[in-house]
Design a protein around this ligand. Structure first.
Ligand code: GDP
Ligand code: MN
Length: 387
């Protein structure tokens, strides 16, 4: 779950990471009138959207006069960034920036470590600059059983060109970011830019936090509060995705087009089927990976939810039984078929107890094969997906 900048900054403040001293959130253009007298000039107006590249898209503006504020507020509320409408504007004091630094903490699943990336080339061009100057990006692994040691943080501060008291200030910011990552089960905590101001302070001018959805049960109240704040701004969550995840599905992707709903019990065979369908010119409407939703009752529910989507024309069930027992899981398909007799279902089932599963499905007049390519060819003829 991505947080808005204003939400991430609220968390930053709890951990004493320096941000702008005054900060107001307005949900519509009229609300600016009530705070106009309180605002210091110049101030910065920032579109609250969940997608990146906001500054480049014109979502961050500096206003020098009150008239300008009202004009820019209108303008930013009309802005659509990567298909996302501005749902609120954060108005903050202007920070006098000397230099823009970059720092992020994330989880590196290949080394099973927490990874810190830091650079003195922060700002909106960080991606391109670090491609051109990879030597300017510093990477540090943190052993999660040990945490960040102060000397590591101080070392990184020096690499960023900081000296004197700023070394300790940076160390405090970095260890606080790490505490946020741990305390909230975040996947990413990023400050870009971390501004070195003309008066020699460090200020988090931007804030990005992404929370790990599967960890929600550990932070029920916090997540719900953050979701409520987002819903109050008109962010609607994908209800199908929420229901499927609650059932235990490990992945659900809505491709937002008509066609085949692909339901697999593993990522590898799922991707193979997806690629083959695309190569043959078929259209995948959605992809669902069962994960822990592997009991007959849960499978029947999953199929109901997936086929309730009007974009779903046909179901392609693609399972390989290792630990999963195929005849047991196929009972879920039969249960679903008893409730819904209209949507075409193509099944590819191989592995543990596939023979019993095949017999069961054939008796229920459901097409089944052990061959994934045959299943894909068959499903394409049903979805009318060849262009
Ligand atoms: P992003 O494009 O979504 O990453 O938005 P940011 O909040 O990072 O702002 C983009 C850029 O606008 C920053 O890299 C800064 O260069 C600039 N900017 C934002 N706020 C301020 C500010 O208070 N003072 C100054 N001087 N520049 C700012
Ligand atoms: Mn930024």
């Amino acid at each position: 779950m991505k947080l808005f900048e204003f939400q991430a900054k609220e968390i930053f403040r709890k951990y004493n990471i320096p941000t702008s001293t005054s900060s107001y959130l307005i949900k519509n253009a009229e609300e600016v009138n009530a705070i106009l007298d309180k605002l210091q000039l110049p101030c910065v107006l920032k579109a609250q959207v969940l997608s990146g590249g906001r500054g480049k898209a014109g979502g961050v503006k500096i206003a020098k006069t009150k008239e300008e504020i009202s004009k820019l507020v209108e303008q930013i509320f009309n802005l659509v960034i990567n298909g996302e409408k501005t749902c609120a504007i954060l108005i903050e004091d202007y920070v006098n920036i000397e230099k823009e630094l970059y720092t992020s903490i994330t989880i590196d699943t290949t080394t099973n470590n927490v990874t810190i990336l830091a650079s003195s080339l922060g700002g909106i061009d960080i991606e391109e600059l670090t491609l051109k100057h990879p030597e300017m990006i510093f990477k540090m692994n943190v052993d999660p059983f040990v945490g960040i040691k102060t000397y590591q943080a101080r070392l990184l501060a020096r690499k960023l060109g900081l000296s004197g008291r700023l070394v300790n200030v940076y160390a405090h910011i970095l260890t606080s970011m790490y505490r946020i990552l741990r305390d909230y089960d975040a996947e990413l905590v990023e400050i870009n830019p971390l501004a070195l101001t003309k008066s020699g302070e460090l200020v988090a001018v931007d804030a990005k936090i992404v929370l790990n959805e599967p960890a929600k049960y550990r932070h029920q109240e916090t997540f719900e509060q953050l979701e409520k704040e987002q819903e109050a701004l008109g962010i609607t969550r994908n209800l199908k995705e929420i229901k499927l995840k609650e059932l235990g599905c490990s992945a659900y992707i809505d491709f937002e087009k008509e066609g085949i709903a692909l339901i697999s019990d593993g990522a590898g065979i799922g991707m193979y089927a997806y690629d083959t369908i695309c190569q043959l010119g078929g259209s995948v409407a959605s992809y669902c990976e069962l994960g822990l939703a592997n009991t007959p009752e849960k499978i029947s529910r999953v199929l109901e939810i997936v086929s309730s989507d009007p974009k779903t024309r046909v179901l392609l069930i693609n399972w390989f039984g290792g630990a999963n027992i195929m005849d047991e899981m196929c009972k879920g398909i039969i249960q679903f078929r008893e409730k819904n007799n209209s949507i075409p279902i193509i099944v590819r089932v191989a592995g543990t107890n596939f023979d019993k599963a095949h017999e069961m499905l054939k008796n229920a007049n459901i097409f089944v094969t052990e061959d994934i390519n045959e299943a894909v060819n068959k499903v394409i003829s049903f979805s009318g997906g060849i262009s």
